[in-house]
Every structure is written in C-alpha cells, then in structure tokens.
Ligand binder design. Structure first.
Ligand SMILES: [Zn+2]
Length: 277
C-alpha cells in the first residue's frame, strides 16, 4: 500500500483517494498539523453513511479522512485545513486540538449495549451478534463498560500506512485517540492497537508500561476472549511489555486480561497466565 500526499490530498499508488468535500471546516484557517487524532465513526458499518453525515452541515463535525471496514479511504478535508473532529479538547494543557491535528475516522459502531445471547445494540438501534462479528464486552478506565467491535485487518493496515505517510510528510510528533484529548469520549475502542501504531510511527514513547512474565505457554489473542482469534503463542518465561489491563465479562465470568506486546504484536492474554511486575 503506497500512500503519498500531494497538494494536501492523500494519494494511493499515485491516484488521489476519493474526495467528498465537507463544509464542516474553518474557512481561511491554515492548518499546520503536529499530530493525529484517531476516532471511531460510531455509526453503521457502511462507511458511506458516515461520510454523508460528516458532509452534512447539520453534523457540525468532520474529519480529514474516513477509513471503511474494507480499507477504502475517503478524504473530506485537505490536510492544510482545519476539520472539526476533536470538539472541545486539549492535549497537555493546550486547548483546541483541531487547531494542530489531523483527524482520522475509522468505521466502527462505537460502544454497544449487551442484549443477552451474544447480541449487542448500537446507539442507533442496529443489533450485532457475536456469531457474525468480533465483539467483546469489557471495561477499561478510559472506555468504561460496554461491548466493543474489533477493527478489520484491512482498516488497521490502511490506518498504519496512512499514519506512517503523514508522519513523514508533515514531521508529526504524536498520535492519540479521541479519548486522550477529550476524556468524555470513548473512541477509539479498547481493541484498537494503539501502542503498536504509536511504536510504528513514533517509536516507543508515551506512558511508561510495566512488564510481565508468562507463567505458561500462552495464546496471545486479538481480543480478550476464547473465540478464534489467536495471534501467536508466547512461550512460558517470556518477559513481555504490559500495555493495559481490562475486565472481560461473559455471563457470570469476570476475568482480568492484559494487553501485552511481544515480537511486534499487540494482543491480549488471560490474567491467570501472566505475573505482572
Ligand atoms: Zn471521536
């Protein structure tokens, strides 16, 4: 995937990505981006509906890019213009994050409400089943409690390639999810491989993680459940970087899981299989 930027428009293999102009930007403001804020659309899985909404003046919201479930990218605002994605926000005490960032929306239904029998309802009424979608129920300090749908490989690959390109083009220095710059927000969700992406674009920085040692040969998983989601086996005795913990809820079972990084992969291990130091 070969992304580049020309005239503040994203190109894929030398062709501009589809462009739908959003009116939800600040006229006359020349943006000099310093970092990237990643978001969930919190909308239907068909990305066109989110693009339509973000191009509607009534939305009073936009982003520079929307990344669909199949990896398709649509640009709504050029990178030298101020899009309205972060709202009332601040980063390290500096307010108005839209004034110095690029916003990327990733198509995802947002926080889901458990309905029983592995079914989860989005705020817009659509019900998704665990039979058809990778959904887990978990709690983290940043996100609270909810059901969360995993991102697709196509989305994650595309987002990573775009961020690498934008970091180089604009000499960016940071990447954070919306919840970091506006704590009342939940996006991106707990399954987003934030540390992996940050490491790819800016080296290992950010909040210091702790370490853990594996107590057994352990399956590292894409999300905290025993569904068909194994990334790799981490051998007993391996020391891994611990990025975050979360509680997975399934009926009466409340289990703590840890998000760990090993061999360049970010994924979850069951709390009974790791000793965190
Ligand atoms: Zn957001």
């Amino acid at each position: 995937m070969n992304f580049s930027v020309r005239n503040h428009r994203l190109h894929l293999d030398d062709q501009p990505v589809p462009y739908r102009a959003s009116p939800n930007r600040t006229p006359g403001f020349v943006l000099k981006p310093e970092g990237i804020v990643v978001h969930d659309t919190a909308g239907r899985l068909n990305g066109d509906s989110s693009v339509r909404w973000l191009c509607n003046p009534e939305a009073r919201a936009s982003a520079h890019l929307v990344v669909y479930r199949d990896g398709k990218v649509v640009q709504l605002v050029p990178f030298n213009a101020k899009a309205w994605h972060a709202g009332k926000s601040s980063l390290q005490g500096r307010p108005g994050v839209n004034n110095f960032s690029i916003g990327i929306e990733i198509v995802n239904p947002g926080k889901l409400k458990p309905q029983g029998n592995g079914r989860y309802r989005a705020w817009f009424g659509k019900v998704y089943s665990q039979d058809n979608y990778p959904i887990v129920e978990m709690t983290t300090p940043e996100h609270g409690t909810g059901g969360w749908m995993d991102y697709t490989e196509e989305q994650l690959t595309t987002v990573e390639a775009i961020c690498v390109c934008l970091f180089a083009k604009y000499s960016l220095s940071w990447l954070w999810p919306h919840w970091k710059v506006k704590p009342t927000k939940e996006d991106t969700n707990p399954l987003f491989p934030l540390r992996h992406l940050q490491a790819k674009v800016m080296g290992r920085e950010g909040e210091g993680g702790s370490e853990g040692v594996m107590l057994a040969n352990t399956n590292q998983r894409r999300w905290p459940s025993y569904q068909d989601n194994i990334i790799q086996v981490i051998p007993k005795g391996t020391v891994v970087e611990v990025l975050r913990s979360g509680w997975y809820v399934n009926g009466d079972e409340h289990a703590q899981w840890f998000l760990v990084s090993h061999d360049g992969h970010e994924g979850w291990v069951h709390g009974t299989l790791i000793e965190v130091t």
